[in-house]
Ligand binder design. Structure first.
Ligand code: GRF
Length: 203
């Protein structure tokens, strides 16, 4: 589909600092080919909801526990996404599982950011601070973040961008988490989203 700008939905569960980086990129013009049309939160408590409202972006809360089956949850999510004519689904700290059926509806149209250098410290069980705890425990000297397409394989889709940060001997998992977030995720995610938006918008 050729459009002026790609229509983006950002799916969140928590703080939403990546959402903020994307909204900031839109505000400064760095995200020139995409527009954030919708934020979906898996929780009514997510601070990211406030960030979205402050930016004037509509928010919908879709809670998995309100649906009897994964299929009904998938359908509810799809209905909103299709209603807003979304071109690109951006997962930003989104904690719900998306089914194979859901991801297959949007081939190469769902992206995620993971706070490690995939395939290291990725896959089932590696989320949030657990990733950085494992990094520190392993004693690796570099970590980083990865932006990738989402497929039914957890953290398994094609890698779109990856950048590193050093890990120091004195680092706590929280230190690594902060460095990865602020020095990598917040930089590379808006950049990849702009790139994909440009391709989708066809200009
Ligand atoms: C980020 O570290 C992201 O890589 C991971 O969850 C965290 C979300 O942080 N998937 P935020 O909600 O964007 O601040």
């Amino acid at each position: 589909m050729t459009r002026n700008k790609a229509r983006i939905a950002v799916l969140i569960s928590g703080n939403g600092s990546n959402l903020q980086a994307i909204l900031d990129a839109a505000a400064t013009g760095a995200l020139a080919h995409g527009t954030v049309e919708l934020v979906i939160s898996s929780s009514s408590q997510a601070y990211g909801i406030t960030r979205a409202r402050d930016a004037g972006v509509p928010v919908d809360v879709v809670r998995r526990q309100e649906f009897a089956t994964q299929a009904e949850f998938d359908d509810a999510l799809s209905q909103i996404i299709d209603q807003y004519q979304i071109d690109l689904i951006v997962l930003a700290g989104y904690m719900n599982i998306l089914s194979k059926q859901f991801v297959e509806r949007y081939p190469n149209r769902i992206v995620n950011v993971h706070p490690s250098l995939i395939p290291a410290f990725s896959g089932p069980g590696f989320y949030g601070l657990k990733v950085h705890e494992a990094v520190v425990a392993a004693g690796v000297k570099v970590s980083g973040a990865t932006v990738h397409y989402v497929t039914e394989v957890c953290d398994g889709g094609q890698i779109l961008a990856q950048e590193t940060v050093p890990v120091y001997e004195t680092d706590t998992p929280q230190d690594v988490q902060k460095r990865v977030l602020t020095e990598v995720e917040h930089i590379i995610y808006p950049r990849v989203i702009e790139q994909l938006s440009k391709e989708i918008a066809g200009n």
